[in-house]
Design a protein around this ligand. Structure first.
Ligand SMILES: [Zn+2]
Length: 138
């Protein structure tokens, strides 16, 4: 079961409380039995393992979120260069699917359908298989 950051922080506080309790016992010259010392150390070890797990999971999530953010930034930069025309997005003379961009923010270049037409061209989205007809030849 994943441990979130808040739970990891609570576990590290528990671990510090154990350390403080042992230090207080030493300061007050209270004799701890071997069994008490073993219990404190085992509990401390369990808490630290859980804290380590929480940190590893948080690091993994952080990396995943950074990668998603970088991809989102890349897409925004890509889309900033779009022009519009004939109901499509255009970039460097190639049309991009308006549905993919408007809904999913995916820049999906349309493929030209090799059909001999007198006027215009047919472009197809490789994701939706939807075809778009342009009046101009590109
Ligand atoms: Zn599409």
């Amino acid at each position: 079961m994943p441990i979130d950051i808040a739970a990891g922080l609570a576990l590290s506080k528990n671990a510090l409380d154990i350390v403080m309790a042992v230090r207080k016992a030493i300061r007050e010259k209270k004799k701890l039995t071997d069994e008490e010392i073993r219990d404190y150390l085992e509990t401390l070890q369990d808490k630290l393992v859980d804290v380590k797990t929480a940190l590893m999971e948080a690091d993994e999530e952080n990396r995943s979120l950074k990668a998603q953010l970088a991809e989102a930034k890349r897409m925004v930069d890509f889309g900033a260069e779009f022009t519009t025309g004939e109901g499509l997005y255009w970039r460097e003379k190639y049309p991009y699917c308006p549905t993919c961009w408007d809904i999913d923010r995916k820049a999906v270049r349309l493929g030209k359908v090799p059909l001999d037409m007198d006027v215009g061209e047919i472009w197809q989205c490789p994701i939706h298989q939807v075809q778009h007809v342009t009046q101009q030849r590109h």
